[in-house]
Design a protein around this ligand. Structure first.
Ligand SMILES: Cc1cc2nc3c(=O)[nH]c(=O)nc-3n(C[C@H](O)[C@H](O)[C@H](O)COP(=O)(O)OP(=O)(O)OC[C@H]3O[C@@H](n4cnc5c(N)ncnc54)[C@H](O)[C@@H]3O)c2cc1C
Ligand code: FES
Length: 272
């Protein structure tokens, strides 16, 4: 079910790392939102523009729905000036989120950039804590560590400049952790959201080790409801037959076994 809701801004603050956090009063969407789903936001000052902007749901509690965003372009630079009391049209919750009902698993989250937002929401809903890898270029890019730590997760941080946590890419920290695991240790179930390169690496690692992985893809979106085909991703079904899937309705979260990537991207991922 998806709703169109006129949502009032009730909090709008800085979040760190150049991100901002908006809390909307959106009781309808908040009541049914699940981790990994997103809302498609119409920015009132751009009302002459048909296109909404997609944002992952960071939290939903009671009447409140939160997103965190980075001002990167026309729409988000306008959003930066939102004040308490402004009313935004929200369409959502949209898309297929992360599965949360998988009992007895050992969850391992891997986040890059704002990918940490839906994973933090996921951590809140999973039955038991696991390990989370959070990557960024520098210390300021590392967000939400306290969310996970507060839930008892083992938080591993990697920054490219080494200013906090392990130096290097988040995938390198992940690979080191994998290599250090005891033989016969319980297989992790991977949940990830971040840049596409991260998805290539995790698809390759999941296939190599035979692990289950749920990967959230970020595609530029138009309609958000399956009508425009702006957001397609090549996938294969259980019989190996390939087709184009719409990330806004069949995703953004996919089982890594479904995803079809360019052979060159997977080859590069295998040597990363
Ligand atoms: C499912 C989904 C969830 C998302 N969740 C979040 C989130 O939680 N927080 C957040 O900050 N952003 C998120 N994004 C990205 C966000 O939608 C874009 O940053 C936003 O639409 C840019 O709008 P704009 O008008 O400011 O930028 P535009 O003027 O449209 O574009 C400005 C720049 O941003 C780039 N851009 C536009 N769309 C995207 C995109 N989808 N991904 C990456 N770069 C883009 C453009 O290439 C361009 O360089 C998400 C995107 C998707 C598809
Ligand atoms: S954004 Fe239009 S089909 Fe996905």
């Amino acid at each position: 079910m998806r709703l169109m809701e006129e949502a009032r801004v009730i909090v709008h603050t800085e979040f760190g790392g150049g991100y901002r956090r908006i809390v909307f009063d959106a009781p309808g969407i908040a009541a049914i939102a699940a981790p990994g789903q997103f809302v498609h936001i119409r920015i009132p000052q751009l009302s002459q523009e048909a296109l909404r902007r997609p944002f992952s749901i960071y939290r939903s509690k009671g009447r409140e729905l939160q997103v965190m965003y980075k001002p990167v372009g026309r729409g988000t630079h306008v959003m930066e000036h939102a004040v308490v009391g402004d009313v935004y049209s929200l369409l959502g919750p949209l898309g297929r989120g992360f599965p949360v009902d998988r009992a007895g698993i050992f969850p391992v989250c891997v986040a890059g950039g704002y990918g940490v937002a839906p994973l933090s929401f996921l951590a809140e809903k999973l039955e038991c804590p696991g390990v989370v890898f959070i990557g960024g270029r520098k210390a300021q890019d590392i967000l939400c560590t306290e969310d996970f730590a507060g839930l008892g997760w083992d938080v591993r941080v990697a920054t490219e400049d080494g200013s906090v946590g392990e130096k290097g890419l988040v995938t390198e920290a992940f690979d080191r952790w994998v290599a250090a695991r005891a033989p016969g240790a319980m297989a992790p179930e991977i949940y990830a959201c971040g840049p596409e390169r991260l998805m290539h690496v995790l698809t390759e690692r999941a296939a190599r080790h035979g692990w289950q992985a749920w990967l959230s893809l970020d595609r530029p979106m138009g309609c958000g409801i399956g009508a425009c085909l702006a957001c397609v991703q090549r996938v294969r079904d259980a019989n190996g037959k390939q087709h184009w899937a719409r990330c806004c309705t069949e995703g953004p979260v996919f089982d890594s076994k479904e995803l079809v990537w360019e052979a060159a991207d997977l080859k590069k991922a295998s040597t990363n």
